[in-house]
Design a protein around this ligand. Structure first.
Ligand code: RAM
Length: 332
């Protein structure tokens, strides 16, 4: 009897060691570089702070580097530095879907794991992409929100980030799809303007839209830089309350404009969670827990379990609509 118990417990031990062997623990001391689109954008500060928090939880040493402008090639030198510094993982919000590919390929050949977050490259440039929310859902929801605000009638414009930003371009494509539905037949997209995720340029572009299109009824700005600069222009313009501005913004940047009636509602997710999830995903890759294949699962700390989807995409969760009634519940 005693022998049987011993045998059974030896078997159980063997099995659990096997289970452990199947899911290796996250390695300690991983070196991780976080490279956002540009560093002076509050959104990117919150996003990468989430990454640093996750790194601390798992005992990794992470740092944030990046250019001051969101230009297509301005991230190249930072990728090369990460290779030279033999980082275990690079997490980036790509400023261009194609321009960075040769550099990212070199990074992966050197053994580094590459994860995109927020703004993707083509799939060959990375193993995983952490998408803040479903791209189709974001694009369509922005048009649905604006449609309601302008009673489905009038000229509308988009105030975007850079012309090459993968995330904004994907969302705009879905906005255009949504606009094809019969309920939007009286809404006309007259212009897509680019503020380059630069505050001053976005402000000037918003002013340009209002002056160039006297029948403009609404603007969608799917960038936190664009919507806040656009709202700042609108808040002191004669068109305040007449032109509806919505898009993607952070509650802290938009609060005063919601309270003074410049903006009724806008959307977003928690940018900190994007960076947090990306760091756990990168660490899971670098520790051999996952390889990036569809269907693999891993645990991302306080956010729980995630599954790798098609083309290495992992979706954080649905976006959230902020308005006067709920904005004070958020501080980011
Ligand atoms: C800006 C950036 C970022 C985007 C948000 C919504 O901060 O363009 O990439 O995800 O807006």
């Amino acid at each position: 009897m005693k022998q049987r118990t011993l045998l059974l417990s030896a078997l159980a031990l063997g099995l659990s060691t096997l289970a452990l062997a199947q899911t290796p623990a996250l390695k300690k001391g991983l070196k991780i570089t976080l490279l956002p689109k540009n560093i002076n954008n509050p959104y990117n500060v919150i996003e990468t702070k989430g990454g640093l928090d996750a790194a601390k939880e798992i005992g990794a040493s992470a740092k944030v580097v990046g250019p001051s402008d969101a230009g297509a090639s301005s991230q190249v030198s930072y990728i090369n530095t990460a290779i030279a510094q033999r980082q275990d993982a690079l997490i980036l919000a790509a400023n261009d879907a194609n321009a960075l590919i040769p550099y990212l390929k070199r990074a992966m050949q050197s053994g580094m794991k590459v994860v995109t977050m927020d703004s993707d490259t083509t799939p060959e440039g990375r193993t995983l992409f952490i998408n803040q929310a479903n791209s189709e859902g974001i694009g369509r929801a922005q048009v649905q929100l604006l449609g309601k605000l302008i009673n489905y009638k009038g000229d509308i414009a988009v105030l975007s980030a850079t012309p090459n930003a993968t995330n904004q371009n994907t969302w705009i494509k879905w906005m255009q799809e949504e606009l094809k539905l019969p309920k939007y037949k009286d809404m006309k997209l007259v212009k897509i303007a680019y503020g380059n995720d630069d505050d001053q340029k976005s402000f000037t572009e918003m002013q340009g839209l209002i002056q160039a299109y006297p029948n403009l009824k609404g603007v969608i700005s799917p960038t936190t830089v664009g919507i806040s600069a656009g709202a700042r222009y609108l808040s002191t313009s004669a068109q305040k309350g007449k032109v509806m501005l919505t898009g993607l913004g952070t509650p802290n940047q938009m609060r005063s404009f919601v309270k003074d009636g410049t903006v009724s509602a806008f959307q977003l997710w928690n940018p900190g969670d994007v960076g947090y999830l990306a760091t756990y995903a990168a660490a899971a890759l670098a520790s051999g827990q996952i390889t990036g294949k569809q269907g693999e699962t891993f645990t991302a700390g306080k956010l729980g379990k995630y599954t790798v989807g098609k083309n290495g995409e992992i979706v954080l969760g649905p976006p959230y609509t902020f308005d006067k009634a709920n904005i004070d519940k958020f501080d980011f």
